[in-house]
Design a protein. Structure first.
Length: 113
């Protein structure tokens, strides 16, 4: 064991909380506690949720600033593909966040206040 100054024991490394898990072959493996317990949110799930919130904010802000607007109008703003904005508008309408209505001879979308 390493000794620190004046013969005292050196600093100890903290062992992460977890458990040893034997496998059928008799070997013992160390598993982190979060892998043994209930499932936690993954980074990919967090990124997907943040992306959805960003898209929701993009549509809402665009419609508040420039609405009523069409999906093609939104596609020009962030240089996105029109097919993507069509799907985004459809999903936001299904969620009840935006509404389609006739405007100046065409169909346009507006955000709920």
């Amino acid at each position: 064991m390493k000794r620190g100054p004046e013969g005292s024991p050196g600093p100890r490394r903290a062992r992460p909380a977890g458990a040893t898990v034997p496998d059928p072959a008799g070997r013992t493996w160390y598993a982190r506690r979060r892998e043994c317990g209930p499932r936690e949110t993954t980074r990919a799930e967090v990124r997907a949720a943040l992306w959805q919130e960003a898209v929701r904010a993009l549509v809402r802000r665009h419609l508040y600033a420039y609405g009523p607007a069409t999906p093609r109008d939104l596609a020009k703003w962030p240089a996105a593909r029109p097919g993507w904005t069509d799907r985004v508008f459809a999903s936001r309408a299904a969620a009840g966040e935006i509404e389609e209505f006739p405007f100046e001879g065409t169909r346009a979308w507006g955000a709920h206040a």
